[in-house]
Design a protein around this ligand. Sequence first.
Ligand code: ATP
Length: 864
Amino acid sequence: MRIAGEDEVMVIGDGCGGKEERMLVSVRIRPLNSMEIARNEFSVWECISNTTIMNQNKCFYEFDRVFGCECTTKKVYENSAKEVVLSVVNGVNSSVFVYGQTSSGKTYTMNGITECSVADVYEYIERHEEREFVLKFSAIEIYNEVVRDLLSTDARPLRVLDDPERGTFVEKLREETVRNKDHLKALLLFCQAQRQIGETSLNEMSSRSHQILRLTIESSARRYSDKDSFSTLSASVNFIDLAGSERASQALSEGIRLKEGSHINRSLLTLGTVIRKLSKGRNGHIPYRDSKLTRILQSSLGGNARTAIICTISPARSHFEQSRNTLLFAKCAREVVTSAHVNAVMSDKAMVKHLQKKLATLETELRYTSSTSGTFHSVALRERDARIRKMEKEMKELIQQRDLAQSRLEDLLLVVGDEQASREWDELSQLSASYVSNAYDDVLSASDTTFDPLKEEYYTSPRNLSIGPMSNSVLVTRQWTEEAEQDSYSDFEDLCKEVQCIEVVEQKTSANKESNPLLSVNHQKHASQGASFNTDNNLVKLCPNEVSALSLVKEEEIQNVRTNGTDTIRVYSDESYRSLALRKSRSCRATMMMPSQCVKDFHTRPQGIYQKHIALGSNPEQKASNDVFKKPNKKCVSEDNITSICEFVTELKEIAQVQYQKTTTDSQELRQSEDFGMTSSVKDIGLDPMTNWSMEFEKRRKDIIELWHACNVSLIHRTYFFLLFKGDPADSVYMEVERRRLLFLKDTFFSSMRNLRREREMLCRQMWRRLSAIERERLYSKWGIELCSKKRRMQLANLLWSETENTEHVSESASLVAKLTGFLKPEHALKEMFGLSFTPQMMYKRSCSCRNGLYSNSKSIQFF
Ligand SMILES: Nc1ncnc2c1ncn2[C@@H]1O[C@H](COP(=O)(O)OP(=O)(O)OP(=O)(O)O)[C@@H](O)[C@H]1O
């Protein structure tokens, strides 16, 4: 039965199905009452055992327990109802019926059982402090088939409703939460007072209604330590005091009592029918709905409840038949089987409480997890920060190294004036940046990776380029040179590689120093042919296409050079080799034009780099000489040489100036002597004092132009030289140097046309870039090129500097080449780049940039 108004309880069940058991049926014989004694009634029923009752006819009735008239209610309770009643505290529904004739002692027995049950329930609760119990109490009576709430003073009938889930329940029934045992007792007394009682002939206090007291007990563990602990047990125990069956004749009922009796008997008859049918099984129809009593007690009679029935009888012979009917009812009831199971329920409150505790547990776990996780993350973050700081430091170092290398290489490029080198530098920069980036990525990906910027592998790029702090510009230059040789000179800047170097070789001996140095030209063609300087079996192999040497050497050494074949030049002695090595290092293209600081840096370069750069042969002695560069702490000849060379150059400059002044003076004197018939001696230092300089200049320039053509000298070289040297008397030295150099080249080396062809191809492309269509057409017409012909630009390029005898053609060629190469401001170019630098200081100048189409000058002694 579900009673409206009670706390909603969800019955879960024990999951194991109900345990089937028969109803516990007992019979209690009350003592003869005063009226029966007065009528000399005697007891016709005798309990011959605890389970068997026998009437005067020796008929035996066996039940679960039988209690004689002398038996106390407590004993009846303990032996017939206690076990069933206390099932409620374990979550099993239970019901205790008292059934019998009117005035047989039902109410008397039920009151006693209820009292004992309350006592035992509270005793159980007290003994189980680990669980929390909630007791709720409700009470109804069915009077004349009307349901009434005994806890309410409102006598209005309540409806009995059926619900698919809740079952049959009484609508709007009040349910009191029991505070304590006394409260429950008070409620029981209140219900007792509310019950309909009427006086009959058999019972002054006859109960005229069926009373159903329901005590619902919910219990749950106070601590939720395991799965079962949070289950709440909920069950109800029904104390059912039925109205007494009566015969109207015996009860002398009339009027209201007769009407009550008819309702009572009808409901009891239905109850009997239900019991009888249930005793035969549950296959047939069970007429629960034939009365409100059976309808409400449906679950207690044949469902999920343990049921105990105490049948009370009067021992008087006058009630023998009624007593026998009661025993027959009891006998049928004893056959009824119920299936009670534990009602593990979870009420809304229990569910909320459980969820709250579960949430608290999860929150605790989460806090713990967050705490531990936070600690882990904190450690990880600190490690990452340390790695980042380390990487930042390494990045900073790398950037500094890169900038240093960039600065040095830029200096070199400024000196060389080679766009190809610029591209190399771009690639180098990209490579460096890529390297730095990759290094950074590497550090990011593997924090344990230690980057050592001084490791050689980091200097070894796919193109064998060095980008480290000790950047090996020699390698760069060499790489670029070799590549330039492989690639076509496809651009003007490529021609900047046409470096021709003039070295001033210090005289080995003091005697030689005292002698006047003679200008000689050692020019190594820049083609693929290599040059070797064989000095007393010390073969000095210079990088192909790297060295052009215009050396001031002893006259006898010049002779040796000229007689020593084309590929091997014997110039230097052993003792002068150190100077050669230095000069070589400073004369090899860009590297050889490094300022002194760069030369100093050479001494600190990694050994491997030096070995790559200075491939000077295998002679041990030569290696020993090379060791000079491997020992940074050892004072190198470089500075000394530079100083001495500078001193020498200074002297040479003074000589040149003196010669010029002397020439001028001699010319004047000659004119005077001619006037006075005098003669004067001439000192051969490249300028005949007796010759008019203007005529001599034109003659020498014409010779040089012829030699340029014969030696396939770069058109740009010709152009620059042609535009820079226009007859200034001070240019005599440069003119003579250039002439002698060309004479040497003409006599010594085979000049290749390949580079010249490439140069013309470059100029052809420059025409497209630097000249407009109108300018080009104008030039085609001027130079006799058919406008409708093919490859007009190439035709024009091939015509440049082709007519050496035609001064106007040469001049126009020079002008056009200058325009194509961007050489628009001759005043920005220094003549020293074509000759000896008479600049005594070692400072490095950046007045010109190869990117502007100008050859950069240097402090050094190189010539282009
Ligand atoms: N076992 C008993 N020992 C002593 N007195 C008893 C016993 N049983 C019943 N009585 C007394 O019998 C009288 C009638 O009992 P009770 O009212 O309990 O009968 P009842 O079956 O409830 O009758 P009704 O059906 O009319 O209500 C009461 O005065 C009660 O005190």
